[in-house]
Design a protein around this ligand. Structure first.
Ligand SMILES: *[C@@H]1O[C@H](CO)[C@@H](O)[C@H](O)[C@H]1NC(C)=O
Ligand SMILES: *[C@@H]1O[C@H](CO)[C@@H](O)[C@H](O)[C@H]1NC(C)=O
Ligand SMILES: *[C@@H]1O[C@H](CO)[C@@H](O)[C@H](O)[C@H]1NC(C)=O
Ligand SMILES: *[C@@H]1O[C@H](CO)[C@@H](O)[C@H](O)[C@H]1NC(C)=O
Ligand SMILES: *[C@@H]1O[C@H](CO)[C@@H](O)[C@H](O)[C@H]1NC(C)=O
Ligand SMILES: *[C@@H]1O[C@H](CO)[C@@H](O)[C@H](O)[C@H]1NC(C)=O
Ligand SMILES: *[C@@H]1O[C@H](CO)[C@@H](O)[C@H](O)[C@H]1NC(C)=O
Length: 396
C-alpha cells in the first residue's frame, strides 16, 4: 500500500474536547493526552515537527489511518500503551533524538517505515509486531529487531543499520522483495523457515541461513557478503537471475537441488572461489552463464540449455573447463548464445564488457564502474540478433 504523505497541519488548538477522527497533529503531551478517550482513532495522527515533549498515545487501541513523525529533532520518546493496530502506515522519518519507541500491545501495521533514527537503539514491542505487509528500516542504530517477528511479508528492507548484527525471522515467504545491505559488520541473516520469495538481495552479511528456501520466483543475489560458504540446499528454481558477486571470502557455493535459472547465472569477482561446482543438477539457464574471477574449474554436469551467452573468464588456467564447454556451444547445442572462454586473463570480464564493439574499454586501473552493478546478459532474440536484458538488481 502506498504511503499517504501527510501534510503537516499547523498545531491544532490544545486541549479542547477530543475529536476521535480526522487528522490530528500532536504538538505537546497535552494534545496526546486529549486523545486518550479515543479507543479507535479514525484517521491519521501526526506528531508535529515542533513537538519536544515525550508523547504517550495512551488509551488508543486502533488507528484506522497512519501514525507519523517526520523531521522532528526534539522528541525523545513515543509510546502507546494499548495500541494494537495501525491500519495504514507507521512512519517515522528523520527523528534525530528519538530513542524510545514503546508499543507493548502493537501487533499489526500495514506499512512500517522507520528511516533516519540515529538514537534509536532498541524497540519495546512486548506483544511483538507480527503482521506487517511492508517493512522498511533504514539508518537506525538498532542493535536488535527483538519485538518484530514476521511470518509473512510483501516487502522487507533492512539497510544501513550499522549496529544490527542479527536479523532472524520466522518468515515463510516474501511476496515482493527482501533486501538486506550495510547492516552490522557481523550480521547474521537467519530465515530458517523461508520457502519462497520473489526478489531477494543479500549484501554485506556474515552468515545466511536459507535452509528451506525452495523457490525464488524473481531474482536472487548475494553481493559483498563475508561468509565462506553460501548454502542453498533446497533451492530448486530461480525465476529470473541468480548472482554471486564480490563475496570476497567465498570458497564454496552449494545449490545441490537447483535445476532451473530463468535469467542469468552470474558468478563474478568472488576472489577466493576456486571451484564453481555447486550446481550439479542445473539443467536450464534462460539468460547467460557468466562466470568471471579467479577460479580454476567450472563444472555444470547437468547442463542442457543456456539460451543466452556463455562467458567464462579467469585469472587462472581454466583450459580444461574451456575445452569441455566448447563442445557444448553451437546453434543447436546446449549453449546457444555467444561463447567466450578466456583462460589466464589478467582482467576477467563479465558479459556486459565482452560485447563486440562494446563501449567500455576498461582502463587497467581500479575503480571504474559505480557501486550498482548492472548485470546485462545477452539472449538470442527471434531475429538471431543478440538482445540485451539488463537485469539490474536493486542495490539501493
Ligand atoms: C506464506 O507463509 C506463511 C507462513 O509460513 C503461510 O502461512 C502462508 O500460507 C504462506 N503463503 C503462501 C502463499 O505460500
Ligand atoms: C556492501 O555491499 C555493497 C553491494 O551491495 C558493496 O558495494 C559495498 O562495498 C559493501 N560494503 C562492504 C563494507 O562490504
Ligand atoms: C527441503 O525440501 C524437502 C522436500 O520438499 C522437505 O521435505 C524438507 O523439509 C526441506 N528442508 C528444509 C530444511 O526445509
Ligand atoms: C512463488 O513460487 C511458489 C512456489 O512455486 C508459489 O507457491 C508462490 O505462489 C509463488 N509466488 C508468486 C508471487 O508467484
Ligand atoms: C571485487 O571484489 C572486491 C572485494 O573482494 C572489491 O573490492 C572490488 O571492488 C570488486 N571489483 C569489482 C570490479 O566489482
Ligand atoms: C561445500 O558445502 C557443501 C554443503 O555444506 C558440502 O557438502 C561440500 O563438501 C563443501 N565443499 C567444500 C569444497 O568444502
Ligand atoms: C525483481 O527484480 C527485478 C530486477 O531488479 C525487477 O525487474 C522485477 O520487477 C522485480 N520484481 C518484483 C516483483 O519486484
Amino acid at each position: 500500500m502506498a504511503l499517504r504523505y501527510l501534510v503537516p497541519a499547523l498545531a491544532v488548538v490544545g486541549s479542547a474536547a477530543a475529536a476521535c477522527s480526522g487528522t490530528s497533529t500532536i504538538s505537546s503531551s497535552a494534545d496526546a493526552a486529549a486523545l486518550s478517550t479515543c479507543s479507535t482513532f479514525s484517521g491519521d495522527i501526526a506528531i508535529a515537527t515542533s513537538n519536544g515533549d515525550d508523547i504517550a498515545l495512551d488509551g488508543i487501541k486502533r488507528i484506522t489511518g497512519s501514525l507519523s513523525v517526520r523531521k522532528n529533532n526534539k522528541m525523545s520518546s513515543l509510546s502507546a500503551d494499548s495500541l494494537s493496530q495501525i491500519d495504514d502506515s507507521f512512519e517515522i522519518q528523520d527523528a534525530t533524538l528519538l530513542s524510545t519507541l514503546n508499543f507493548p500491545s502493537l501487533t499489526a501495521v500495514d506499512t512500517v517505515s522507520w528511516i533516519g533514527l540515529p538514537q534509536l537503539g532498541s524497540l519495546s514491542f512486548t506483544a511483538g509486531l507480527s503482521q506487517v505487509s511492508s517493512m522498511d528500516i533504514e539508518n537506525t542504530v538498532l542493535a536488535t529487531l527483538d519485538g518484530i517477528n514476521l511470518v509473512e511479508v510483501d516487502t522487507l528492507i533492512v539497510v544501513n543499520n550499522n549496529f544490527l548484527n542479527d536479523i532472524t525471522m520466522q518468515l515463510g515467504n516474501v511476496s515482493t522483495a527482501l533486501t538486506l545491505s550495510a547492516n552490522g559488520q557481523d550480521v547474521r541473516a537467519e530465515f530458517p523457515n523461508l520457502e519462497w520469495a520473489t526478489n531477494m538481495t543479500l549484501s554485506n552479511c556474515s552468515s545466511i541461513n536459507i535452509q528451506s528456501l525452495a523457490t525464488v520466483n524473481g531474482s536472487l543475489g548475494f553481493y559483498s557478503n563475508f561468509m565462506d560458504g553460501i548454502m542453498a540446499p533446497n533451492l530448486t528454481s530461480v525465476g529470473e537471475s541468480l548472482a554471486f558477486v564480490s563475496n570476497e571470502m567465498l570458497t564454496n557455493i552449494s545449490a545441490p537441488s537447483l535445476r532451473t535459472v530463468g535469467g542469468g547465472l552470474i558468478v563474478s569477482n568472488n576472489t577466493d572461489l576456486v571451484q564453481i561446482n555447486g550446481f550439479p543438477r542445473l539443467q536450464t539457464v534462460g539468460g547467460a552463464v557468466d562466470c568471471n574471477g579467479n577460479f580454476k574449474n567450472v563444472m555444470l554436469p547437468s547442463l542442457q540449455q543456456v539460451k543466452g551467452a556463455f562467458n567464462l573468464q579467469s585469472k587462472r588456467d581454466i583450459g580444461s573447463s574451456c575445452s569441455r564447454f566448447q563442445k557444448l556451444a553451437g546453434s543447436s547445442a546446449p549453449i546457444r548464445g555467444k561463447y567466450t572462454c578466456k583462460s589466464g586473463t589478467a582482467n576477467p570480464k563479465g558479459v556486459d564488457s565482452t560485447r563486440g564493439g562494446g563501449s567500455s574499454t576498461s582502463s587497467g586501473g581500479g575503480s571504474g564502474t559505480s557501486s550498482s552493478p548492472a548485470n546485462p546478459m545477452y539472449i538470442s532474440g527471434a531475429t538471431g540478433l543478440m538482445g540485451v536484458v539488463a537485469a539490474i538488481f536493486g542495490m539501493l
